[in-house]
Design a protein around this ligand. Structure first.
Ligand SMILES: C[S@@+](CC[C@H](N)C(=O)[O-])C[C@H]1O[C@@H](n2cnc3c(N)ncnc32)[C@H](O)[C@@H]1O
Length: 221
């Protein structure tokens, strides 16, 4: 959630990975501070906007400490199958502990946007939250969207959530205090999604001014 700017070099990305690794034990506290106590509502809203239904098979890419993955499992229920992937073992360890404490069966695996460790046409829903602008290049985003198109079922839904670029006023006090960042507009991703075979793509501001979603689906057969 504390990512900076547009497309970075691989070097900068490795540095960021190192930083993220160190943040794993504190990440949930930082999110709580940044979202000013609205986190549970925002996680539920994200899962609702992704269209997660009981019994769905759901994947979160870049799941970090698993808070959204856990919210998705609560919505998908016992019949649902929910997985989270992340390249950082430190994040996955926190996520696994949280799911265990909550008594929820969730698969957390090592993986990345550009290499999703699942077979074709598995998921009803794929979610990406506060992650898409962490990847070091548009090329990797492009590869990632092709991967998502591969693992989604026909008619499957992709939801991307990230900070709004336009609404400065919606920023929390901690964002204003510590983070003077900007990021590309979600709309820059639309042509890549179209190339990967997604249809019905829409970018919308959520009920929280500082958050925007991009939703798109794979054509039903
Ligand atoms: C800011 S955290 C977001 C965590 C979580 N999705 C949330 O909503 O709180 C970004 C996460 O993306 C992961 N990440 C970075 N590059 C990635 C990539 N190429 N593929 C998948 N995950 C990646 C990081 O390890 C980190 O856990």
């Amino acid at each position: 959630m504390f990512h900076k700017n547009t497309v970075r070099t691989t070097n900068a990305h490795s540095k960021e990975k190192e930083i993220m690794k160190g943040w794993a034990p504190y990440y949930d506290w930082l999110v709580k501070l940044m979202l000013g106590g609205k986190e549970a509502k925002i996680r539920k809203m994200t899962v609702d906007l992704a269209g997660v239904k009981p019994g769905d098979k759901v994947l979160e890419i870049g799941c970090g400490t698993g808070s959204l993955t856990i919210a998705a499992k609560k919505q998908a229920g016992v019949q649902g199958e929910v997985c989270g992937i992340d390249p950082l073992p430190e994040m996955l360890n926190v996520a696994r502990r949280k799911a265990e404490r909550a008594g929820l069966e969730i698969t957390f695996e090592s993986g990345s946007l550009q290499e999703i460790p699942f077979p074709d046409h598995q998921f009803d829903v794929v979610m990406i939250s506060f992650m898409i602008f962490h990847v070091p290049s548009a090329d990797i985003q492009r590869r990632g969207f092709a991967e998502i198109a591969r693992v989604l079922k026909p008619g499957g839904q992709l939801l991307i959530l990230d900070r709004s670029t336009e609404e400065q006023a919606g920023r929390s006090w901690i964002e204003k205090l510590f983070l003077n960042f900007s990021q590309p507009d979600m709309r820059t991703l639309l042509p890549m999604l179209q190339d990967a075979g997604f249809v019905d793509a829409t970018v919308e501001q959520t009920q929280y001014k500082f958050l925007t979603t991009l939703r798109a689906r794979i054509k039903p057969t």
